[in-house]
Design a protein around this ligand. Structure first.
Ligand code: ZN
Length: 415
């Protein structure tokens, strides 16, 4: 018996060593789930920014294309304007030339007209010399005919000459008017092109402004994207880290369970099938309820989320259910504590066989310290005081101060 107790103590020491190697801050799946949810939100945020950036970049492409079309249009327009300006210069020169030619023609025509008028006047003023007197002064018929021919020639020459001068003037006038019309048309065309150029320049300026604004937006969103990328990567790294911690924690838990199983096998060397050792009949189950809500051994604490050895068994029961002394003995502890840590209100009984039983989380006590109780005597009532998340009895058996699994000491079926 003493040897078994020594083995149990050694095993408990091993257990506490293993427990000591497990991270103090235990990770739970729900914590990882929450982190994953947070990470998914960040991923959505990052993806939204990326899709906005993609859309902005495609807008930018369209704007740049539009701008290049406008620039091309502007270049062609400036070429047209250059051509028209050159044509205008040519026509302006032609108009100037024709103007001076016209002036010359007008002057010639006027000079000739003056000469013509002068000759007519001379003939009128010097009546002694007229075409008629010139003809009549002929001495004979052949001379008469010759003089008539001369006069006729002079008169037709005068007429032809005059006609020529008038024609030259008219042609110069026509040409000038034609050039002036072309010049006016060219000028109108140039004015139209200038107005188109102004319009185009406004469009180009507007396009440049839009490109500039979009460039700034893209710059801002690129910075946002970098931040979102970092946030997401950090969230992902945290999820990975916690998942790894959980994995290690589960491995440690598994190792503890194996250790526990080894301990049970040593206590129960009969074989692989677990058979509780024959009860000495010493203990009586301390409740009318037999539902075990948490067994003895390592577990993740329901309130603290940390891996801790469970030093007893939890028996699920309603508030106020009676709690019985498992065996006769002396009440060595009877504490009323309505706080939210530890055992809360509890009773411990020291039995004549040297063991102690403990009953925790009571709502009220029915015994007091130092009182001797009989087996089955009501010692208190079920509650949820101390570190408890619902009404239950935390029941412990201690041998030589070490907590052992109480269940093997009872020959009843637990639910
Ligand atoms: Zn408990």
């Amino acid at each position: 018996m003493k040897r078994i107790s020594t083995i149990v103590i050694l095993l408990m020491l091993c257990l506490s060593l293993i427990v000591g190697s497990i991270p103090v801050c235990a990770v739970s799946q729900s914590e990882i789930d929450a982190l994953e949810e947070q990470r998914d939100i960040l991923r959505t945020k990052r993806d939204n920014i990326a899709s906005q950036l993609t859309s902005m970049e495609s807008d930018m492409e369209a704007l740049l294309h539009n701008k290049s079309v406008l620039d091309e249009e502007s270049y062609l327009l400036s070429q047209d304007m250059l051509l028209i300006s050159q044509q205008l210069a040519i026509y302006e020169e032609a108009v100037a030339e024709k103007s001076s030619a016209l002036e010359e023609a007008v002057r010639n025509e006027q000079v000739h007209y003056m000469l013509y008028c002068k000759r007519v006047r001379d003939m009128e003023e010097h009546s002694s010399w007229t075409y008629l007197s010139y003809i009549l002064q002929a001495d004979d018929i052949p001379e008469l005919i010759s003089r008539m021919t001369d006069v006729s020639d002079i008169m037709s020459a005068d007429q032809i000459s005059r006609k020529n001068y008038i024609n030259a003037k008219t042609m110069a006038e026509d040409a000038l008017s034609e050039y002036e019309e072309i010049l006016a048309a060219e000028q109108r065309k140039l004015d139209e092109l200038k107005s188109a150029e102004n319009e185009l320049n406004e469009k180009i300026a507007e396009s440049s402004r839009m490109i500039e604004a979009l460039e700034k937006d893209i710059e801002t969103y690129t910075a946002f994207q970098e931040i979102a990328e970092t946030e997401f990567a950090e969230a992902q790294a945290l999820v990975d880290k916690k998942a790894e911690e959980l994995r290690k924690q589960q491995e440690a838990e598994e190792a503890l369970k194996k250790q526990q199983a080894a301990q049970t096998t040593q206590q129960n060397p009969t074989g692989t099938t677990y058979t509780p050792p024959a009860t000495s009949g010493y203990y009586m189950w301390p409740s009318s309820c037999t539902r075990i809500t948490s067994p003895f051994g390592p577990r993740i604490h329901p309130l603290y989320g940390q891996l801790k050895p469970h030093t007893g068994v939890d028996i699920g029961a309603w508030y106020g259910t009676e709690i019985y002394a498992a065996a006769e003995g002396t009440v060595c502890t009877a504490v009323l504590d309505f706080g939210s840590t530890g055992y809360g209100s509890y009773v411990a009984i020291y039995h004549p066989n040297g063991t102690t039983t403990l009953y925790a989380h009571m709502s009220s006590l029915a015994v007091s310290n130092g009182q001797y109780v009989k087996q089955g005597q009501i010692i208190g009532y079920v509650g949820s005081t101390g570190a408890s998340n619902g009404p239950h009895i935390h029941f412990e058996i201690r041998q030589n101060g070490v907590c052992v699994d109480p269940l093997p000491y009872f020959k009843i079926s637990f639910s």
